[in-house]
Design a protein around this ligand. Sequence first.
Ligand SMILES: [Zn+2]
Ligand SMILES: [Zn+2]
Length: 88
Amino acid sequence: MSLTVGEMIRRDEERRKLMARVQVDECLSCKRLMGEKHVATVPRPTMSELEDIMMDNINCYATDGCDVEQDGMCEHGHQSWMLKMGLT
Ligand SMILES: [Zn+2]
Ligand SMILES: [Zn+2]
């Protein structure tokens, strides 16, 4: 069985939406409560910064500044900026 690109993108968006919510009582980083959306606590990297991260294949940072894999999220549930911006 194979998925169309459209289906894959939709699944990805759903996953992202799910991941964007706080899964614990209170997020230690952004102080949002369970079920609320995490908010970024650090400024968004510039496109050229993101390009460097991709080119060098190094860890990205999450929307709260934690060091994470490019398509990962940190222990607080914050996604990497690349994931957040749909670049992975
Ligand atoms: Zn948070
Ligand atoms: Zn974090």
